[in-house]
Write a protein that binds this ligand. Structure first.
Ligand code: HEC
Length: 160
């Protein structure tokens, strides 16, 4: 019995692994497409940002995935938007980050994962609190306003 089933199970398991690897790769490429379509116009294709227009995303966001306050900030930021003066990597910005609530929770998760993995070297896994469809859904119902999101940013950066 065992001898008969083992090869079948092995092939099945191999297919499962292939499928989940393909899914992970798809996740990042979907996020990449969304980034190009929705975000690059301000934050630039390489995430470096543009003076007077939008802050950098590259090398600027890794600290946010280390705490729940940071995860909450990023989730709210994407669905609510943000405005008011901020500082990032020693430069000042004062623009408007538009809300992306029209995107699905999964799409918001995908674009954030792309930005975090690709531009900030965050490895998705147990140690990083990358926003999930769940934290994004929660943010959608939070009733936060763009200025409140800026306060969340301040809290998320405390102690960074
Ligand atoms: C119209 C220009 C514009 C577009 C398009 C845009 N952003 Fe922004 N984004 C901004 C501005 C401006 C800020 C800073 C707001 C402020 O000064 O309060 C910002 C802030 C951010 C921050 C916070 C950075 C920090 O240091 O805390 C992240 C993350 C971010 N944007 C991601 C995105 C993603 C992902 C998209 C695409 C879904 C996107 N942005 C699309 C203009 C834009």
């Amino acid at each position: 019995m065992a001898n008969f089933y083992f090869p079948v199970m092995a092939v099945f398991a191999a297919q499962l692994v292939t499928a989940s690897v393909a899914l992970a790769a798809d996740d990042l490429s979907h996020g990449a497409d969304l980034f190009t379509e929705k975000c690059a116009v301000c934050h630039q294709a390489d995430g470096a940002g543009a003076p007077g227009l939008a802050p950098p995303l590259a090398g600027a966001l890794g600290g946010y995935v280390k705490t729940e306050a940071g995860q909450k900030y990023l989730s709210n930021l994407l669905v609510v938007g943000m405005n008011g003066p901020i500082e990032s990597l020693g430069k000042k910005y004062n623009g408007v980050m538009p809300p992306w609530g029209a995107l699905s929770d999964k799409d918001v998760e995908a674009v954030l994962r792309y930005v975090l993995v690709k531009f900030n070297g965050v490895t998705s896994g147990a140690q990083s609190l990358i926003p999930t469809a769940d934290t994004i859904a929660k943010a959608r119902g939070s009733g936060a306003t763009p200025p409140q999101v800026r306060e969340m940013r301040g809290k998320a950066r405390e102690g960074q």
